[in-house]
Design a protein around this ligand. Structure first.
Ligand code: MOS
Length: 735
């Protein structure tokens, strides 16, 4: 039995507010937590598979050309080495999120330094790695590789449907009382998930089982089937635990196909794990950006014009580009608008989704520009933003769904003590430290994605939730359990949530912050169907049903579920689909950040002293896991502001800092105790459970609060991220 709902109209029922069990929203511990901290959760590399051997990817040491020969004879003479595979089905690039088909394949053509071109299989990982390292490869290089997105001879193109020219921005700039006209740059990022990518493939006849670390199994299985030229029905993918993804595991990546081909060829299970360096070089990078922002406003600070024109980069042939202006389209008004994206084609590691593609870097820069405008106009930065929140979408003239931007700004200002901030750049000093305060807005588009989940109420009165949806550290196990508990009136220990198995109904995957609201809605719908059947048994209406602590009733009398079920079990599949509410309303999540920094007046070192984030993202399903997502986003914001930067060598496009020793993500000492406040909100346009996505919201603009605070501390605007001390030293105020 399938319960289906398409979000063609708002769902005003708000049913989860009325459930007696009352777990939804609570800071419930993750059911998977004890397994993870005790080492019992099996991550991709941790399955104990008998007879398994190891494959290691061989990667290109040129940036453009062709492989002419792989001289495998010598390493194959070593009997511990089973195969050197150069199969045309190997992936040259990872698949983009949601691709649903194989990305470019082949082992001959090389488009970037570090591209996989072969896999060596041996008894142990060490033997395979050594053999891969000494394998002689010959190449023909081809001319015209491009490495620098801003070099004059680098080819660029402009995705047609991402260019907007409304009104006359040039005129608005000329007529404005105050303007900002600046170019900012943000560097590339790596997802740097804690768990490196890994896949273990094993075959039984024509049937492949692939244990991997992936975010979107429902798409990944089709990508794998397409890559291998087999049918989806012959594959089972398992990703029950994923040690972080941040976009790098949205699409199938090369290790999965390499493991599958190798395992078939040698007739034994094969494990292919990426080293940290390989993760940097062969999975997705976030594109660096150049962003030209123009803002025009009147004496009152109300925007009359807004320009955001961006240059990003990717490999030739990739459709994905960093959607930098995604939130710029709807966040602030200004009738004269010019927004655009240009894509430079470079021979660098594939560009793809990295946490909050678009807003992570777009909001970061837009919110710097708004800070500059606030200063130019002499208006409080909080007030300037509030004055520019439009009634309706400034380009599409549609209404907004729930939007608590004003409240987030006000609440953040109050909690931070914004009224007592330092008002004159460079004026507040504590010993050798210059103290500064900064703020920024947060915004991220909200998306609902098609999702299915199966819920079974067992005869003993406990329940099982099943979907191929993943938990990438976000808390999926917790929130799906909580929704089923409330809908079926069960305590947490009587609901078991099973995830990450393609034999289960197809979920939306973990990406774009849509996972919780989409698969949560599928579980909600399945449970609603089960409630109807229970109500039937009790001879009452579903809406009159009271369910709590394993007992059901329709009036005062409640009886144990097991008694009512009398040996039967009830199962249902919930199926949610996005509909008109996604098109006819602008759906997004909003927030604010406030930061206090100290910049050392001698060394230029920045320390973030305090940081507050206030967010509105619809119904919060689990206060603890939602808060943790915001912590993570804001910590990433600190990294983006101060240290994170992919460094490329423009002689061959290789990534210089391809490990966590050289690519500096924040460590404990870099992060103060962050305060996160989640506003109460219900969004009836977003999903039947009135929840929106929150996973990515916390990064969208966070870095700007830090760099705006650096300006307030020092009087120095850093427009080339990250704000490392070399960019501050020369301009630091003298005592
Ligand atoms: Mo997200 S970058 O869609 O995992």
């Amino acid at each position: 039995m399938t319960a289906h709902q398409k979000m063609d109209k708002p769902d005003t029922r708000n049913r989860l507010d009325d459930m007696r069990q009352g777990l939804v929203g609570k800071p419930m511990d993750r059911p998977d937590g004890p397994l993870k901290v005790s080492g019992q959760a099996t991550y991709a590399h941790e399955w104990d598979i008998p007879d398994m051997v190891y494959g290691v990817l061989v990667r290109a040491t040129i940036s453009k050309g062709r492989v002419t020969n792989v001289a495998s004879d010598e390493i194959l003479a070593d009997e511990s080495v089973h195969a050197v595979i150069t199969d045309d089905r190997l992936l040259r690039r990872p698949a983009q999120g949601g691709a649903n088909e194989a990305p470019p394949q082949g082992s001959k053509q090389v488009d970037y330094f570090g591209q996989p071109i072969a896999v060596v299989v041996a008894d142990t990982f060490e033997q395979a790695r050594h053999s891969a390292n000494i394998l002689p490869i010959s190449y023909d290089t081809e001319g015209n590789a491009a490495f620098d997105p801003e070099a004059p001879d680098t080819e660029t193109d402009t995705p047609e449907d991402d260019q907007l020219d409304q009104g006359d921005l040039d005129q608005a700039m000329r007529d404005a009382a105050f303007t900002v006209d600046q170019v900012y740059r943000t560097p590339g990022h790596n997802s740097a998930a804690m768990e490196p990518h890994c896949a273990i493939a094993s075959w039984e006849g024509d049937k492949l089982t692939l244990r991997g670390s992936y975010q979107m199994l429902n798409f990944n299985i089709n990508e794998l089937a397409d890559a291998l030229h087999i049918v989806r029905e012959n594959i089972r993918m398992l990703s029950p635990f994923v040690g972080g993804g941040f976009g790098s595991k949205l699409g199938l990546s090369p290790e999965a196909v390499a493991a599958a081909i190798a395992a078939k060829e040698i007739g034994r299970p094969v494990c292919v794990a990426l080293s940290r360096q390989q993760v940097f070089e062969t999975t997705m990078r976030r594109s660096e950006t150049r962003q030209h922002v123009r803002l025009a406003c009147g004496e009152d600070g109300v925007l009359t014009g807004l320009g955001h024109e961006c240059l990003v980069s990717n490999l030739p042939g990739e459709e994905f580009y960093e959607p930098v202006t995604q939130a710029t389209h709807f966040l602030y008004g200004g009738q004269n608008r010019k927004l655009g994206i240009e894509v430079a084609r470079v021979n660098r590691t594939c560009g793809g989704s990295v946490r909050a593609p678009g807003e992570a870097v777009g909001m970061q820069v837009l919110e710097n520009a708004m800070d500059e405008l606030a200063e130019a106009a002499g208006i409080d930065p909080v007030e300037l933003r509030k004055r520019n929140i439009p009634e309706r979408h400034p380009e599409e003239d549609i209404p907004y769904s729930s939007r608590r931007f004003t409240e987030a700004l006000d609440e953040g200002a109050k909690l931070f003590g914004w009224d007592n901030r330092n008002r004159k750049p460079g004026a507040k000093r504590e010993g050798d430290w210059l103290i500064g305060h900064g703020m920024a807005g947060a915004a991220r588009v909200n998306i609902l994605s098609e999702a299915k989940a199966k819920v079974t109420l067992l005869a003993n009165g406990s329940a099982v939730v099943e979907t191929d949806m993943t938990d990438i550290g976000t808390g999926t196990y917790a929130i799906l359990t909580q929704i089923a508990c409330d809908m079926l009136g069960l305590p947490a220990n009587r609901v078991e949530t099973r995830l990450g198995d393609t034999d289960f109904p197809a979920g939306p995957g973990s990406g774009g912050s849509w996972g919780a609201s989409s698969s949560g809605s599928a579980v909600f719908l399945a449970c609603e169907e089960i409630r109807k059947k229970l109500a039937n048994k009790l001879g009452g209406k579903e809406t009159d049903l009271t369910l709590a602590d394993g007992k059901a009733g329709t009036g005062d009398k409640a009886r144990p579920l097991a008694e009512i079920l009398d040996g039967e079990e009830i199962s249902a599949i919930g199926h949610i689909e996005p509909g008109k509410t996604l098109e006819d309303w602008q759906q997004a999540t909003y927030g604010s950040y406030f930061a206090e920094v100290a910049v050392n007046a001698v060394t230029g070192e920045t320390r973030v002293k305090r940081m507050i984030g206030v967010f509105g993202a619809g119904r919060i399903l689990n206060e603890k896991t939602a808060t943790s997502q915001c912590y993570g986003g804001m910590i990433w914001g600190i990294g983006s502001a101060l240290t994170e930067e992919l460094a490329f060598d423009n002689r061959d496009g290789h990534i210089v800092n391809h490990d966590l020793a050289e690519y500096h993500i924040p460590v404990n000492l870099d992060v103060p105790q962050i305060e996160v406040v989640l506003l109460k909100e219900r969004d009836e346009w977003a999903s039947p459970i009135q929840a929106k996505g929150i996973g990515e919201l916390g990064i969208c603009g966070a870095a700007a609060a830090v760099t705006n605070a650096i300006y307030n501390a020092t009087g120095i605007r850093v427009r080339e991220y990250p704000a490392t001390l070399d960019k501050l030293l020369a301009g630091l105020p003298k005592e």
